[in-house]
Write a protein that binds this ligand. Structure first.
Ligand SMILES: Nc1ncnc2c1ncn2[C@@H]1O[C@H](COP(=O)(O)OP(=O)(O)OP(=O)(O)O)[C@@H](O)[C@H]1O
Ligand SMILES: [Mg+2]
Length: 165
């Protein structure tokens, strides 16, 4: 059976990326796992920052590029935001003991999940951001891939026409 192509959305500027995060926010619940892929500067952290704002977090949202992990106490759950860019091998995820943070009651967001591909569980939703024009342009494209039923429900909200718009 051929699976349909994942939906793709165009994000003309950072505001569009933030708006997408705001639309996802109501779907985030304990146990949710979100992967964010894309080159350096594609907008992964910008997306997380807008998501946290929409989830009611008013404080500073730092990129975990150096710390590997930032965590946030929200009213309904604790959210762990990872950036695995600096990982040397998949084993680093297990060695760091990060496995215990994934799953209910927490929410987990992982930038650069491919750095620990073999050791991470399947995400509910995987957003793959890429530049849609020359460097310096604000235009991005995002592909939305669901890994679970919960993720597929998100796609119905985020890309109701099955994307490609
Ligand atoms: N369409 C867009 N979507 C998201 N961010 C955009 C867009 N256009 C411009 N930007 C800007 O690009 C930058 C993206 O930086 P961000 O830290 O989110 O990247 P990143 O993907 O997390 O990179 P890294 O892999 O280094 O962590 C921000 O300054 C943001 O304002
Ligand atoms: Mg980042």
């Amino acid at each position: 059976m051929n699976l349909p192509d994942p939906p793709v959305l165009h994000l003309p500027d950072a505001l569009a990326t933030e708006a997408l995060a705001r639309r996802l926010a109501p779907r985030i619940e304990p146990g949710f796992v979100l992967f964010l892929s894309g080159d350096l500067g594609a907008g992964k952290t910008a997306f997380v920052r807008a998501l946290l704002r929409a989830l009611g977090f008013a404080g500073r949202v730092k990129s975990p590029s150096f710390s590997l992990l930032e965590s946030y106490d929200l009213s309904r759950f604790r959210l762990y935001h990872f950036d695995l860019y600096r990982f040397d091998s998949e084993q680093d995820w297990l060695d760091a003991g990060f496995d215990e943070f994934i799953g209910a009651p927490n929410v987990t967001i992982v930038e650069w999940p491919e750095r620990a591909a073999g050791t991470l569980p399947a995400p509910d939703l995987h957003l793959l951001l890429r530049f849609d024009a020359d460097e310096g342009s604000q235009r991005r494209v995002v592909e939305l891939v669901a890994g679970t039923e919960r993720g597929r429900a998100c796609l119905k909200v985020l890309a109701p026409d099955d994307g490609h718009c």
